[in-house]
Ligand binder design. Structure first.
Ligand code: LMR
Length: 397
Protein backbone atom coordinates (compact mmCIF):
# COMPACT_ATOMS: atom_id res chain seq x y z
CA UNK A 1 0.00 0.00 0.00
CA UNK A 2 1.11 3.60 -0.57
CA UNK A 3 1.34 4.42 3.10
CA UNK A 4 3.06 1.24 4.32
CA UNK A 5 6.51 2.77 4.82
CA UNK A 6 5.24 5.67 6.90
CA UNK A 7 6.24 5.37 10.54
CA UNK A 8 5.07 7.23 13.62
CA UNK A 9 6.87 10.24 15.08
CA UNK A 10 6.63 11.30 18.73
CA UNK A 11 4.06 13.99 19.51
CA UNK A 12 5.09 17.57 20.24
CA UNK A 13 6.63 17.59 23.73
CA UNK A 14 4.91 20.84 24.77
CA UNK A 15 1.46 20.36 23.23
CA UNK A 16 1.50 16.69 24.31
CA UNK A 17 1.57 17.83 27.94
CA UNK A 18 -1.88 19.41 27.51
CA UNK A 19 -3.31 16.03 26.62
CA UNK A 20 -1.49 14.13 29.37
CA UNK A 21 -2.68 16.68 31.93
CA UNK A 22 -6.28 16.49 30.72
CA UNK A 23 -6.24 12.71 31.11
CA UNK A 24 -4.87 12.74 34.67
CA UNK A 25 -7.78 12.04 37.06
CA UNK A 26 -5.91 13.46 40.12
CA UNK A 27 -7.93 16.51 41.32
CA UNK A 28 -4.76 17.95 42.87
CA UNK A 29 -2.91 18.14 39.54
CA UNK A 30 -0.93 21.20 38.36
CA UNK A 31 -0.63 22.28 34.72
CA UNK A 32 2.69 24.10 34.33
CA UNK A 33 3.26 22.90 30.77
CA UNK A 34 2.21 24.78 27.67
CA UNK A 35 2.62 28.57 27.74
CA UNK A 36 -0.95 29.64 28.29
CA UNK A 37 -2.05 32.21 30.87
CA UNK A 38 -4.47 31.03 33.55
CA UNK A 39 -6.42 33.14 36.00
CA UNK A 40 -7.05 32.48 39.69
CA UNK A 41 -9.76 29.97 38.72
CA UNK A 42 -7.35 28.05 36.50
CA UNK A 43 -9.13 29.25 33.37
CA UNK A 44 -7.81 30.96 30.25
CA UNK A 45 -10.60 33.48 29.81
CA UNK A 46 -11.37 35.55 26.76
CA UNK A 47 -10.31 39.11 27.61
CA UNK A 48 -13.13 41.61 28.15
CA UNK A 49 -11.71 43.92 25.50
CA UNK A 50 -11.63 41.01 23.06
CA UNK A 51 -15.26 40.10 23.78
CA UNK A 52 -16.35 43.69 23.17
CA UNK A 53 -14.36 43.90 19.94
CA UNK A 54 -15.80 40.59 18.77
CA UNK A 55 -19.32 41.86 19.42
CA UNK A 56 -18.57 44.89 17.29
CA UNK A 57 -17.27 42.69 14.52
CA UNK A 58 -20.39 40.54 14.62
CA UNK A 59 -22.51 43.67 14.30
CA UNK A 60 -20.44 45.55 11.76
CA UNK A 61 -18.25 43.24 9.71
CA UNK A 62 -19.78 43.11 6.27
CA UNK A 63 -17.77 40.49 4.41
CA UNK A 64 -15.65 37.37 4.76
CA UNK A 65 -13.86 37.81 1.47
CA UNK A 66 -10.09 37.28 1.40
CA UNK A 67 -7.79 39.84 2.88
CA UNK A 68 -4.61 40.47 0.87
CA UNK A 69 -1.28 38.71 1.26
CA UNK A 70 -0.10 41.18 3.93
CA UNK A 71 -3.41 40.98 5.77
CA UNK A 72 -5.53 43.79 7.08
CA UNK A 73 -3.86 47.19 6.63
CA UNK A 74 -5.51 48.49 9.82
CA UNK A 75 -3.95 45.61 11.77
CA UNK A 76 -0.56 46.25 10.14
CA UNK A 77 -0.68 49.87 11.25
CA UNK A 78 -1.61 49.22 14.88
CA UNK A 79 0.79 46.31 15.35
CA UNK A 80 3.64 48.39 13.92
CA UNK A 81 2.81 51.11 16.44
CA UNK A 82 2.45 48.70 19.35
CA UNK A 83 5.85 47.17 18.64
CA UNK A 84 7.87 50.14 17.38
CA UNK A 85 6.07 52.95 19.20
CA UNK A 86 3.52 55.34 17.73
CA UNK A 87 6.21 58.02 17.37
CA UNK A 88 8.68 55.75 15.57
CA UNK A 89 10.70 57.49 12.88
CA UNK A 90 10.72 54.22 10.93
CA UNK A 91 6.96 54.32 10.62
CA UNK A 92 6.97 58.00 9.63
CA UNK A 93 9.59 57.24 6.96
CA UNK A 94 7.63 54.20 5.74
CA UNK A 95 10.59 51.98 6.42
CA UNK A 96 8.67 49.48 8.59
CA UNK A 97 5.97 47.17 7.30
CA UNK A 98 3.95 44.44 8.99
CA UNK A 99 2.79 41.29 7.24
CA UNK A 100 -0.04 39.57 9.09
CA UNK A 101 0.66 35.91 9.84
CA UNK A 102 -1.05 32.94 11.49
CA UNK A 103 0.42 33.56 14.96
CA UNK A 104 4.00 34.27 15.92
CA UNK A 105 4.87 30.80 14.66
CA UNK A 106 3.61 31.77 11.20
CA UNK A 107 5.78 34.89 11.36
CA UNK A 108 8.79 32.75 12.23
CA UNK A 109 8.09 30.35 9.38
CA UNK A 110 7.68 33.26 6.96
CA UNK A 111 10.97 34.77 8.11
CA UNK A 112 12.70 31.38 7.82
CA UNK A 113 11.53 30.95 4.24
CA UNK A 114 12.43 34.56 3.49
CA UNK A 115 15.97 33.97 4.73
CA UNK A 116 16.27 30.69 2.82
CA UNK A 117 14.99 32.16 -0.44
CA UNK A 118 16.13 35.79 -0.40
CA UNK A 119 19.31 35.58 1.69
CA UNK A 120 20.69 32.21 0.58
CA UNK A 121 23.67 30.88 2.48
CA UNK A 122 22.90 32.82 5.67
CA UNK A 123 22.72 30.71 8.81
CA UNK A 124 20.65 31.50 11.89
CA UNK A 125 21.99 31.64 15.46
CA UNK A 126 19.64 30.52 18.22
CA UNK A 127 20.09 30.82 21.96
CA UNK A 128 20.89 27.63 23.81
CA UNK A 129 18.37 26.78 25.06
CA UNK A 130 15.51 28.20 23.01
CA UNK A 131 11.89 27.38 22.15
CA UNK A 132 12.24 23.94 20.50
CA UNK A 133 10.13 24.99 17.52
CA UNK A 134 12.71 27.64 16.59
CA UNK A 135 15.09 24.77 15.88
CA UNK A 136 12.71 22.85 13.64
CA UNK A 137 11.21 25.80 11.78
CA UNK A 138 14.58 27.00 10.47
CA UNK A 139 15.85 23.49 9.81
CA UNK A 140 12.66 22.69 7.86
CA UNK A 141 13.12 25.84 5.79
CA UNK A 142 16.66 24.72 4.98
CA UNK A 143 18.45 27.40 7.01
CA UNK A 144 21.61 26.26 8.80
CA UNK A 145 21.05 26.43 12.56
CA UNK A 146 23.86 27.24 15.01
CA UNK A 147 23.71 28.11 18.70
CA UNK A 148 25.06 30.74 21.04
CA UNK A 149 25.18 30.01 24.76
CA UNK A 150 22.60 31.80 26.88
CA UNK A 151 22.01 29.91 30.10
CA UNK A 152 24.66 27.49 31.34
CA UNK A 153 24.29 24.19 33.20
CA UNK A 154 24.39 26.20 36.45
CA UNK A 155 21.09 27.81 35.35
CA UNK A 156 22.55 31.30 35.12
CA UNK A 157 22.47 33.80 32.28
CA UNK A 158 25.93 33.85 30.65
CA UNK A 159 26.18 37.04 28.60
CA UNK A 160 29.97 36.82 28.25
CA UNK A 161 29.72 33.39 26.61
CA UNK A 162 26.89 34.61 24.39
CA UNK A 163 28.91 37.60 23.15
CA UNK A 164 32.05 35.55 22.64
CA UNK A 165 30.29 33.11 20.33
CA UNK A 166 28.31 35.78 18.46
CA UNK A 167 31.60 37.60 17.90
CA UNK A 168 32.70 34.65 15.80
CA UNK A 169 29.48 34.25 13.81
CA UNK A 170 30.01 34.59 10.05
CA UNK A 171 29.30 38.10 8.83
CA UNK A 172 25.79 38.41 7.46
CA UNK A 173 24.29 35.57 9.49
CA UNK A 174 20.98 36.02 11.27
CA UNK A 175 20.78 36.12 15.06
CA UNK A 176 17.48 35.32 16.72
CA UNK A 177 16.98 37.25 19.96
CA UNK A 178 14.05 37.03 22.39
CA UNK A 179 12.80 40.59 22.98
CA UNK A 180 11.67 39.78 26.52
CA UNK A 181 10.42 36.89 28.66
CA UNK A 182 12.93 34.46 27.19
CA UNK A 183 11.34 31.11 26.33
CA UNK A 184 12.14 28.71 27.99
CA UNK A 185 14.36 30.26 30.66
CA UNK A 186 12.66 33.50 31.75
CA UNK A 187 16.13 35.12 32.00
CA UNK A 188 16.19 38.48 30.21
CA UNK A 189 19.13 40.68 29.22
CA UNK A 190 19.66 43.98 31.04
CA UNK A 191 19.73 47.23 29.06
CA UNK A 192 23.52 47.20 29.27
CA UNK A 193 23.61 43.63 27.99
CA UNK A 194 21.39 44.59 25.06
CA UNK A 195 23.72 47.46 24.16
CA UNK A 196 26.65 45.05 24.14
CA UNK A 197 24.72 42.62 21.93
CA UNK A 198 23.92 45.53 19.61
CA UNK A 199 27.63 46.35 19.33
CA UNK A 200 28.44 42.78 18.33
CA UNK A 201 25.54 42.61 15.88
CA UNK A 202 26.85 45.80 14.30
CA UNK A 203 30.49 44.83 14.21
CA UNK A 204 29.76 41.34 12.79
CA UNK A 205 27.18 42.77 10.40
CA UNK A 206 24.56 40.30 11.67
CA UNK A 207 20.87 40.58 10.82
CA UNK A 208 18.76 40.56 14.01
CA UNK A 209 15.53 38.62 14.04
CA UNK A 210 13.74 39.61 17.23
CA UNK A 211 11.07 37.22 18.46
CA UNK A 212 8.56 39.27 20.43
CA UNK A 213 5.94 36.83 21.71
CA UNK A 214 5.28 38.15 25.22
CA UNK A 215 4.95 41.95 24.98
CA UNK A 216 3.42 43.13 28.25
CA UNK A 217 4.19 40.04 30.31
CA UNK A 218 7.67 41.06 31.50
CA UNK A 219 7.88 44.62 32.81
CA UNK A 220 4.99 46.23 30.91
CA UNK A 221 3.88 46.86 27.34
CA UNK A 222 6.22 49.80 26.68
CA UNK A 223 9.13 48.60 28.77
CA UNK A 224 9.18 45.20 27.08
CA UNK A 225 9.56 46.89 23.69
CA UNK A 226 12.74 48.70 24.75
CA UNK A 227 15.25 46.31 23.17
CA UNK A 228 13.28 45.94 19.95
CA UNK A 229 12.97 49.70 19.58
CA UNK A 230 16.67 50.18 20.36
CA UNK A 231 17.67 47.77 17.59
CA UNK A 232 15.15 49.23 15.14
CA UNK A 233 16.41 52.75 15.82
CA UNK A 234 20.11 51.90 15.71
CA UNK A 235 20.28 49.45 12.82
CA UNK A 236 19.19 49.90 9.21
CA UNK A 237 17.65 46.44 8.90
CA UNK A 238 15.77 44.34 11.47
CA UNK A 239 13.20 41.55 11.34
CA UNK A 240 10.63 41.28 14.16
CA UNK A 241 8.11 38.53 14.77
CA UNK A 242 5.22 39.69 16.94
CA UNK A 243 2.59 37.45 18.52
CA UNK A 244 -0.86 38.39 19.83
CA UNK A 245 -1.45 34.92 21.28
CA UNK A 246 -0.56 35.74 24.88
CA UNK A 247 -1.11 39.47 25.33
CA UNK A 248 -4.50 39.42 23.58
CA UNK A 249 -5.27 35.85 24.69
CA UNK A 250 -5.97 35.01 21.05
CA UNK A 251 -4.08 31.71 21.05
CA UNK A 252 -6.35 29.71 18.77
CA UNK A 253 -7.19 32.62 16.50
CA UNK A 254 -3.58 32.55 15.25
CA UNK A 255 -2.69 36.23 15.16
CA UNK A 256 0.76 37.63 14.60
CA UNK A 257 2.96 39.63 12.25
CA UNK A 258 6.36 39.73 10.65
CA UNK A 259 7.58 43.31 10.80
CA UNK A 260 10.40 44.24 8.44
CA UNK A 261 12.48 47.35 9.04
CA UNK A 262 14.38 48.27 5.88
CA UNK A 263 16.94 50.93 5.02
CA UNK A 264 14.63 52.75 2.61
CA UNK A 265 10.90 52.86 1.89
CA UNK A 266 11.64 51.66 -1.62
CA UNK A 267 13.57 48.61 -0.42
CA UNK A 268 10.74 47.78 1.93
CA UNK A 269 8.41 47.52 -1.06
CA UNK A 270 10.80 45.03 -2.68
CA UNK A 271 10.98 42.92 0.45
CA UNK A 272 7.22 42.97 0.97
CA UNK A 273 6.68 41.76 -2.57
CA UNK A 274 8.84 38.73 -1.70
CA UNK A 275 6.99 38.12 1.57
CA UNK A 276 3.58 38.18 -0.12
CA UNK A 277 4.91 35.71 -2.65
CA UNK A 278 6.29 33.36 0.02
CA UNK A 279 3.13 33.63 2.14
CA UNK A 280 0.99 32.78 -0.90
CA UNK A 281 2.73 29.41 -1.00
CA UNK A 282 2.43 28.84 2.73
CA UNK A 283 -1.11 29.92 3.68
CA UNK A 284 -2.19 32.08 0.74
CA UNK A 285 -3.81 34.83 2.82
CA UNK A 286 -3.82 34.99 6.62
CA UNK A 287 -6.81 34.25 8.87
CA UNK A 288 -8.76 37.42 9.60
CA UNK A 289 -10.64 37.17 12.86
CA UNK A 290 -7.91 37.66 15.49
CA UNK A 291 -6.26 40.46 13.57
CA UNK A 292 -9.62 42.20 13.11
CA UNK A 293 -10.10 41.98 16.89
CA UNK A 294 -6.65 43.49 17.54
CA UNK A 295 -7.25 46.27 15.00
CA UNK A 296 -10.60 47.04 16.65
CA UNK A 297 -9.10 47.17 20.14
CA UNK A 298 -5.99 49.18 19.32
CA UNK A 299 -7.96 51.51 17.06
CA UNK A 300 -10.32 52.55 19.85
CA UNK A 301 -8.84 54.48 22.81
CA UNK A 302 -11.35 53.11 25.31
CA UNK A 303 -10.96 49.47 24.28
CA UNK A 304 -7.21 49.93 24.12
CA UNK A 305 -7.04 51.24 27.66
CA UNK A 306 -9.26 48.42 28.93
CA UNK A 307 -7.04 45.90 27.16
CA UNK A 308 -3.83 47.46 28.53
CA UNK A 309 -5.30 47.16 32.05
CA UNK A 310 -6.08 43.50 31.45
CA UNK A 311 -2.55 42.80 30.22
CA UNK A 312 -1.16 44.56 33.27
CA UNK A 313 -3.38 42.46 35.55
CA UNK A 314 -2.05 39.27 33.93
CA UNK A 315 1.51 40.50 34.29
CA UNK A 316 1.08 41.37 37.94
CA UNK A 317 -0.52 38.02 38.72
CA UNK A 318 2.45 36.20 37.19
CA UNK A 319 4.90 38.36 39.16
CA UNK A 320 3.00 37.61 42.39
CA UNK A 321 3.02 33.89 41.65
CA UNK A 322 6.77 33.99 41.15
CA UNK A 323 7.32 35.63 44.52
CA UNK A 324 4.68 33.43 46.13
CA UNK A 325 6.41 30.25 45.00
CA UNK A 326 9.79 31.41 46.28
CA UNK A 327 8.15 32.22 49.66
CA UNK A 328 6.40 28.87 49.76
CA UNK A 329 9.73 27.10 49.22
CA UNK A 330 11.28 28.91 52.21
CA UNK A 331 10.02 26.49 54.93
CA UNK A 332 11.65 23.68 52.95
CA UNK A 333 15.02 25.44 53.05
CA UNK A 334 14.86 25.98 49.27
CA UNK A 335 14.49 29.75 49.06
CA UNK A 336 18.07 30.39 47.97
CA UNK A 337 18.12 27.51 45.54
CA UNK A 338 15.05 28.80 43.73
CA UNK A 339 15.56 32.55 44.18
CA UNK A 340 15.98 32.88 40.39
CA UNK A 341 12.24 32.23 39.95
CA UNK A 342 11.63 35.70 41.40
CA UNK A 343 14.18 37.30 39.08
CA UNK A 344 13.04 35.70 35.83
CA UNK A 345 10.44 37.41 33.66
CA UNK A 346 7.31 36.37 31.79
CA UNK A 347 5.42 33.13 31.90
CA UNK A 348 8.32 30.75 32.08
CA UNK A 349 10.82 29.74 34.66
CA UNK A 350 13.77 27.51 34.00
CA UNK A 351 13.56 25.95 37.43
CA UNK A 352 16.84 24.06 37.32
CA UNK A 353 14.98 20.80 38.01
CA UNK A 354 16.44 17.83 36.13
CA UNK A 355 14.46 15.73 33.63
CA UNK A 356 14.40 12.99 36.29
CA UNK A 357 12.95 15.36 38.89
CA UNK A 358 10.37 16.59 36.35
CA UNK A 359 9.42 12.96 35.74
CA UNK A 360 9.02 12.33 39.47
CA UNK A 361 6.92 15.46 39.86
CA UNK A 362 4.60 14.20 37.19
CA UNK A 363 4.44 10.60 38.35
CA UNK A 364 4.20 11.19 42.11
CA UNK A 365 2.51 14.59 42.33
CA UNK A 366 0.68 15.14 39.03
CA UNK A 367 2.72 18.29 38.39
CA UNK A 368 3.15 18.73 34.63
CA UNK A 369 6.05 20.72 33.18
CA UNK A 370 8.40 20.46 30.20
CA UNK A 371 11.21 17.93 30.74
CA UNK A 372 13.83 20.68 30.37
CA UNK A 373 12.64 21.91 33.77
CA UNK A 374 10.63 24.78 32.26
CA UNK A 375 7.57 25.63 34.34
CA UNK A 376 4.75 27.87 33.19
CA UNK A 377 4.41 30.05 36.28
CA UNK A 378 1.14 31.47 34.89
CA UNK A 379 -0.40 28.01 35.33
CA UNK A 380 0.10 27.92 39.12
CA UNK A 381 -2.95 27.90 41.36
CA UNK A 382 -2.16 30.57 43.98
CA UNK A 383 -4.29 28.84 46.62
CA UNK A 384 -2.15 25.71 46.38
CA UNK A 385 1.36 27.16 46.37
CA UNK A 386 2.19 25.21 49.53
CA UNK A 387 1.24 21.94 47.89
CA UNK A 388 3.39 22.73 44.86
CA UNK A 389 6.31 23.69 47.09
CA UNK A 390 5.92 20.41 49.00
CA UNK A 391 6.01 18.46 45.74
CA UNK A 392 9.14 20.30 44.57
CA UNK A 393 10.79 19.76 47.95
CA UNK A 394 9.96 16.07 47.76
CA UNK A 395 11.79 15.58 44.45
CA UNK A 396 14.74 17.70 45.63
CA UNK A 397 15.40 15.48 48.67
C1 LMR B 1 5.05 27.45 24.68
O1 LMR B 1 6.27 27.53 24.51
O2 LMR B 1 4.53 26.72 25.55
C2 LMR B 1 4.15 28.31 23.86
O3 LMR B 1 4.89 29.13 23.02
C3 LMR B 1 3.13 27.51 23.15
C4 LMR B 1 3.70 26.67 22.05
O4 LMR B 1 3.17 26.75 20.94
O5 LMR B 1 4.64 25.90 22.29
Amino acid sequence: MHFDAIGRVPGDPILGLMEAYAQDPNPRKFDLGVGVYKDAQGLTPILEAVKLAEQRLVDRQATKTYIGGHGDAAFGKVINELVLGADSALIAEQRAGATQTPGGTGALRLSADFIAQCLPGRGVWLSSPTWPIHETIFATAGVKVSHYPYVGSDNRLDVEAMLEVLNQAPKGDVVLLHACCHNPTGFDLSHDDWRRVLDVVRSRDLLPLIDFAYQGFGDGLEHDAWSTRLFAAELPEVLITSSCSKNFGLYRDRTGALIVCAQTADKLVDIRSQLANIARNLWSTPPDHGAAVVATILGDPELKSRWADEVEAMRLRIAQLRNGLVEALEPHGLRERFAHIGVQRGMFSYTGLSPEQVKQLREHHSVYMVSSGRANVAGIDATRLDLLAEAIADVCK
